[in-house]
Design a protein around this ligand. Sequence first.
Ligand SMILES: Nc1ncnc2c1ncn2[C@@H]1O[C@H](COP(=O)(O)OP(=O)(O)OP(=O)(O)O)[C@@H](O)[C@H]1O
Ligand SMILES: [Mg+2]
Length: 233
Amino acid sequence: MKISENNVILQVDNVDASYGESKVLFDICLKLKSRERVAIVGRNGAGKTTLLKCIAGFVKPTRGTIVYDGMNIVGKRPFEIARLGLKYVHQDKGVFQDLTVKENLELSSYATGDYNWDRVFEYFPKLKSLINRKGANLSGGEKQMLMIGRAILGNPKVLLIDEPTEGLAPGIVNDLAAVFCELSKASALIIVDQNLSFVSKIAQRVYAVKEGRIVSEIKDEQSIKEAAYSCYL
Ligand SMILES: Nc1ncnc2c1ncn2[C@@H]1O[C@H](COP(=O)(O)OP(=O)(O)OP(=O)(O)O)[C@@H](O)[C@H]1O
Ligand SMILES: [Mg+2]
């Protein structure tokens, strides 16, 4: 692992992104240290998912650099970036409906053959009891566990997780907060979420995005919740 001296595993500098003629991200700069938990908050349509997609290789920035583990990954394809240990958990809970939980999990690490089953079942014991169930027959919360389980099966260095608490019951949200704090002992996390009480529980730093721009970076734990609200005004 080529982590730089100040422990930065991911650094985004001056990134712009567009869909056709429509510019969505403007001069985005952020960094993530190894084993850090950072959240990105902002209104619907602010550009949060687009930012994660740029990092994961699904959207190619029109300007800027994204340096992961010492290399500029702009222009690399999503599967190449995933193989390097940077995994993206999509906002839509897109599990394979006709495949079982086990098959869904296996597919994610097919390319690298890197299967850390113990780690997945340690964090999500419920997945073990659902191992032969088809994706189509899982509840929303179970699908979310499967999506995250899929991403952690291969021991990623960085996990990007888009709206993990969307549609989940409060009890599951609390469990997820504990899981993320555990996960960050081995992987750095960027979590996009609109649930600010969840964000204030897990995040060590927060970037607030408004209309495609980072409008503030909040480092002070005490004020994370309060300050994060400002980007919704
Ligand atoms: N594939 C696409 N083609 C064209 N425009 C898009 C596409 N995907 C997103 N957009 C637009 O880009 C802007 C940013 O969208 P994005 O999905 O990044 O926002 P978001 O902050 O994740 O919102 P949400 O909180 O609703 O998930 C929005 O105006 C959206 O309509
Ligand atoms: Mg989104």
